[in-house]
Design a protein around this ligand. Structure first.
Ligand SMILES: Cc1cc2nc3c(=O)[nH]c(=O)nc-3n(C[C@H](O)[C@H](O)[C@H](O)COP(=O)(O)OP(=O)(O)OC[C@H]3O[C@@H](n4cnc5c(N)ncnc54)[C@H](O)[C@@H]3O)c2cc1C
Length: 460
């Protein structure tokens, strides 16, 4: 999935990338060349799958978007209650070079800030900054370990967890506080899953665009607002049931309204599909249900703390901490580096992300402050304001993003993406094997399915 952290190994498959670009560029070009002409028919988009809705509406389809929330961003949500734009979900364009979100951000005139993963000070458990040389050496070891894991996985008879593979290949790694830091701040953050749940075989099988990650400093919602402009979106419409036959697709909402169209694109998050929150008639094919059960949803939560004044170096982009607990406040983003807010954003991943959600805001603040006092001293001020996310408890997401759990293969992601018959189609980050867990993965999957509908409903 995503590198919320740096691309782990820059594994960009140029062939696949070019193939995708050609396909999506051809579709977009056909849409733009004949606006309002190439597609005839009606389409329901379940969940605000804005890329698909935009492309199809621009191509002339009659598109209705049914969205449960009262806004359209889904896991792209910008909160401004702290006095500056704080993204509760997606915040970075991961690998902006060639990334389609970069173009959308430019169209929306949204400002970005390139975060530099090397602009980091990592503190040990005694609050001492670790010398840069040591960090560089250990990061090299971390990268070598990733290569070793990648080479080892196909040689094993079956899949195992990343934690188990690490124990077998380099048992000392899991005891080394700095390597543990990289495994948490990079691998767990990147994928959304804990080492114990990540597939040793598949966790690195996704692809990255190149370039330093770009933060959307005015808020990621610039992109979703751009895509949503002028679309027929029915917010606060919780879909409960979807039925399809050879003629059409019918959708029932919790408020009693029913909708019918020639085709539907289901962009419900994997977490929602896992909970069977929406009934399908006929039932989804066994292979798709199996994939829904197998591919997992990770947890990434954020806590943003705003202070009266900075007590940290305002130029440094990140601060790291060698947390004893994996996934617990090991990484801090310095918002002051790119805006006026004296704010630090920290994260809780997967297993700890779940424990985090069971706490009150006051308990979370107490824990984060305990960590910051180790790093920056006992006299630092208490925060004026704090905002936390609880993505696991969000009934319209049930998690942050999908990841390859033990036993999952790329065919599982393909099964999640597979259409059911001609008229019931599926998009969303979890349907993109190559770019799962990212905003661009979700966007590209929407274009993929819009293209499929475009062929089905092509104007003759
Ligand atoms: C904390 C966090 C940090 C992230 N950071 C990044 C990042 O920096 N960069 C990046 O590229 N990606 C990041 N991501 C991932 C990215 O946000 C997602 O991959 C992407 O937004 C998912 O888009 P989607 O369309 O697949 O799903 P969603 O955006 O979740 O859209 C699905 C929609 O379906 C709606 N829905 C749910 N149930 C129903 C129902 N019953 N009826 C009707 N509608 C329903 C939901 O409300 C939602 O609007 C992050 C995600 C999280 C949670």
């Amino acid at each position: 999935m995503t590198s919320l952290t740096p691309p782990l190994s820059g594994r960009l498959s140029r062939r696949r990338f070019l193939r995708f670009l050609t396909a999506s560029a051809a579709f977009l070009a056909s849409v733009r060349a004949t606006p309002g002409r190439s597609v005839a028919g009606s389409v329901i988009v379940v969940g605000a799958g804005l890329a698909a809705a935009r492309a199809l509406a621009d191509a002339g389809a009659e598109v209705t978007v049914l969205e449960a929330r009262d806004d359209v961003g889904g896991r792209i949500r910008t909160d401004r209650s702290l006095g500056f734009p704080f993204d509760l979900g997606a915040a970075w364009i991961h690998g902006p070079n060639g990334n389609p979100i970069t173009d959308l951000a430019a169209q929306a005139k949204a400002r970005t800030f390139l975060t530099d993963d090397e602009s980091v000070v990592i503190y040990d458990r005694d609050g001492q900054p670790i010398p840069g040389k040591v960090v560089v050496e250990r990061e090299r070891r971390y990268r070598a370990l990733l290569k070793k894991l990648e080479a080892d996985a196909p040689r094993q008879a079956g899949d195992e967890s990343l934690a188990a593979a690490l124990k077998r290949l380099d048992p000392a790694a899991l005891e080394d506080p700095l390597l543990r830091y990289f495994l948490s701040a990079y691998a767990e953050f990147d994928s959304g899953g804990a080492l114990e749940r990540l597939s040793a075989r598949e966790w690195q099988s996704d692809e990255k665009y190149p370039g330093k990650d770009a933060l959307m400093i005015d808020g990621y919602d610039a992109v979703t607002n751009l895509l949503a402009k002028g679309l027929n979106i029915k917010t606060q419409t919780v879909v409960k049931a979807i039925a399809c036959d050879e003629e059409c697709v019918s959708v029932a909402a919790a408020d009693g309204h029913a909708y019918e169209a020639d085709a539907a694109i289901v962009t419900l998050p994997l977490g929602v599909l896992k909970k069977n929150a929406v009934a399908f008639a006929p039932a989804l094919p066994a292979r798709k249900r199996e994939a829904i059960a197998r591919v997992d949803m990770g947890i990434v939560n954020k806590a943003c703390l705003v202070f009266s004044e900075p007590f940290w170096d305002v130029e440094t982009h990140y601060f790291g901490y060698q947390s004893a607990v994996m996934g617990k406040y090991c990484y801090f983003l310095n918002a002051r580096a790119f805006c006026d807010a004296n704010a630090l954003v920290t994260f809780a991943f997967d297993s700890y992300g779940r424990a985090f959600e069971r706490q009150t805001d006051a308990e979370i603040e107490g824990e984060v402050m305990e960590t910051l006092r180790v790093m920056f001293g006992k006299d630092i001020p208490t925060p004026q304001k704090m905002l936390v996310t609880r993505w696991g408890a969000d009934v319209f997401a049930y998690g942050a993003y999908s990841f390859a759990s033990v036993g999952v293969t790329r065919q599982d992601f393909a099964a999640l993406a597979a259409p059911v018959g001609e008229r019931l189609l599926f998009a969303g980050e979890h349907t993109s094997a190559a770019y799962r867990g990212t905003a661009h993965g979700a966007y590209l999957s929407g274009l993929r399915e819009a293209s499929r509908v475009g062929k089905l409903l092509a104007r003759r």
